[in-house]
Design a protein around this ligand. Sequence first.
Ligand code: MRU
Length: 356
Amino acid sequence: MRDASSDAAATNVQPLPPTIAWRGGEDGALELLDQTLLPHQRRVLTLRDLDGVCEAIVSLRVRGAPAIGVAAAYGVVIGVRAAATTDVATATAAVCDRLLRTRPTAVNLRWALERCVRAAARDATLANLLREARAVHADEVAMSDRMARVGAPLVPHGGCVLTHCNTGRLATAGEGTALAVLFQAWSQGTRFRVLADETRPLLQGARLTALELAAAGIPVDVCCDGAAAGLIARGEVQLVLVGADRIAANGDFANKVGTYGVALACAAHGVPFYAVAPCSTIDPALADGGAIPIEERDATEVSTHGGRSFALAGVGARNPAFDVTPAGLVTGIVTDRGLLRPPFATAIKAALASGR
Ligand code: MRU
């Protein structure tokens, strides 16, 4: 049974500050909404040093594949500025190297940093690095808009859409990936409700997705990750939309841990399962998902919550932050260059070629 308060929650949500903003010119600062404090506290961080930017990415103060890339691109400006050198190209390479090591799975980080390195090779000035960071930011916003339009017709009027993790404005520089599709469909008059997996261990679904949907007036219920398969089996879900952190050349993709289980349940019960991601999330150099690096995070994220441990002292924990969903379980991939259908190897190659 739905909790009536989930609809009422919508009316109480104040608009969120921007997820990422750059204030000022070359001497400016990076502003990030600290997502570790949401939904109960809103604090905007003002970052002027590279350590702070790296810490914000590692600690998930800024998170979500496209958002990490945009934050890192601005981090390059901050890091190179602090290096105070005339050899901007060498400093850019060193700063990018440092930023690249913050989180290994989302390839958008590498995509954005490689753009910065190329920009410095063309014109080795701080002004040009800031121009490139702004361009990375604008490109992610534009890709987000296009994905939303491509995916919106998939959303069933009167149906229930399940999603995993957070893929909205908080995860990108724009409207989002999977959630952008939902925002767009809603704005076009399609009516539906959403089941948001809570997304253990850091609860991006319960804390962030439910907040964003409530703010948009879209009815949302949170469920335990472990409840998703049973709800799918009972016919309570008509569509699953998730984001992606890295898509291999054959369509296998990494996303927040727990996504693979949802895909298996969809395949078992005939529910369409789509990934939604910009082309900046595709890594054509990887033949399949087996080669995607999976971030292992601190075990205490699993064994504690709110500073309290709920496992016996000495009990170990595994904490892979992502898992890989094989392409064979995927109905389609919504991208900024259209809806890709199997066989994904061919479709991905064509989509990437269309942008050259
Ligand atoms: O660890 P996170 O919160 O950065 O993980 C985010 C996800 O897994 C998202 O689904 C993914 O980045 C794609 S949508 C922007």
